[in-house]
Design a protein around this ligand. Structure first.
Ligand SMILES: NC(=O)c1ccc[n+]([C@@H]2O[C@H](COP(=O)([O-])OP(=O)(O)OC[C@H]3O[C@@H](n4cnc5c(N)ncnc54)[C@H](OP(=O)(O)O)[C@@H]3O)[C@@H](O)[C@H]2O)c1
Length: 348
């Protein structure tokens, strides 16, 4: 597979690269890239053949959007990239209208993003996070209005429960209006929660899965060890994966041990194998990768050349298993009296 290969994002006409460039590091003083290095990361991705750029209004307080907009304009590539941004997290503490998914905030946030990005439309607009109050019907109407107005081409849902995504897809289909084309969720060898509900829901709904933090913020590169978790990168300092979200757990170290073994057997790095594992999972359309330097990005783009054998995939699946699923092959066998039954599956 090549970075320049195209695939549709879910059941839509939006053609994206198999790896998307995350720009959460752009403009981030704590664990991101200086502006000139961010530009090199951006160029490395485009020169490799990639077309799918992901940012958000809250990344680096809007600086990520400003840099992405500037890089796109300077290189004259607006027509060839799929530009995605998000809204949902609060941008003005104390003001509930400066966050969430109500119509008032989505409109305000999109216009602010368009200004920072220096463009008059985004290709893909993400609901960044489920706000636990706004009805699915309201979000669907708001996003549909934005599609019809031309301010966005498609929309997707990030960090939402599967029932909420499914409700929106079902309403959209019933009313023949634009529905969500993709779900963006945390997914990696150490975070496989989406497999229980989101994966079957997405397959049934024609929604593409887009994993974020496929390296668990750098943990799966293998540069942290049980003995030394300091001074190696993002996870060493102030970062979003602390306290209850820490990646440094016994379970994760055991997964990393096995990942290192598979990497050694295949002659690739742990990061490349972890990315190849994510890309190989059913339903995954495009994996959202992050890099602080062009060297990291080049190394990670090479994961597209990694061919994991069924044995390697099985080894990685076993050590990182999220636990038994109630809806198992054993249960199905009991239901159908031991006769193997193949249900309908989308695609080849
Ligand atoms: N929807 C959401 O809620 C959500 C949440 C998070 C992220 N995202 C999106 O997903 C994108 C990717 O997330 P992420 O940045 O967390 O992805 P990630 O791939 O899990 O982590 C990327 C980080 O790992 C380290 N790294 C990457 N490649 C490396 C290599 N080859 N060798 C050594 N270290 C390496 C770098 O950090 P250091 O060098 O500093 O260690 C890099 O910034 C973001 O940019 C954003 O667009 C979305």
């Amino acid at each position: 597979m090549k970075l320049s290969d195209g695939r549709t994002l879910g059941r839509s006409g939006l053609i994206v690269s198999p790896l998307a460039l995350g720009t959460m590091t752009f403009g981030n003083a704590a664990w991101g890239s200086p502006d000139d290095v961010a530009g090199q990361v951006f160029d490395t991705y485009l020169q490799g053949g990639g077309n799918f750029i992901d940012t958000a209004d809250v990344y680096s307080g809007g600086r990520s959007e400003e840099l992405v907009g500037r890089f796109i304009a300077e290189r004259g590539v607006r027509d060839q990239v799929v530009l995605a941004t998000k809204s949902g997290f609060n941008v003005q503490p104390g003001n509930p209208h400066a966050g969430g998914n109500g119509r008032k905030h989505i409109h305000a946030a999109l216009h602010a993003s368009l200004r920072r990005l220096g463009t008059d439309y985004v290709d893909l607009y993400w609901l960044h996070v489920y706000d636990m109050v706004t009805p699915a019907e309201e979000v669907l109407q708001t996003m549909g209005d934005l599609v019809r107005s031309g301010l966005i081409r498609y929309f997707g849902l990030s960090d939402i429960p599967a029932w909420y995504a499914t409700k929106m897809v079902t309403l959209a289909q019933a009313h023949h209006v634009p529905g969500p084309v993709a779900s963006q969720l945390e997914y990696s060898l150490v975070a496989r929660q989406l497999e229980a509900e989101h994966r079957p829901a997405a397959a049934d709904s024609g929604v593409g899965l887009m994993p974020w933090s496929p390296l668990a913020g750098g943990f799966l590169t293998g540069k942290y060890t049980r003995a030394d978790t300091a001074g190696q990168g993002r996870l060493s300092g102030s970062n979003p994966f602390q306290g209850p979200f820490t990646k440094f757990t016994d379970r994760n170290w055991a997964i990393l041990d096995t990942l290192r073994e598979v990497a050694a057997q295949t002659g690739h790095t742990p990061a490349q194998v972890a990315l190849a594992w994510a890309a190989a999972q059913p339903g995954v359309t495009s994996t959202l990768i992050g890099a602080r330097t062009p060297e990291q990005l080049r190394a990670n783009l090479a994961s597209l050349e990694v061919q994991l054998t069924p044995e390697h995939l099985h080894t990685l699946d076993r050590v990182s298993s999220p636990g038994p699923d109630f809806f198992s092959p054993g249960l199905q066998s009991a239901i159908f009296g031991g006769v193997p039954v193949q249900g309908w599956r989308p695609g080849p």
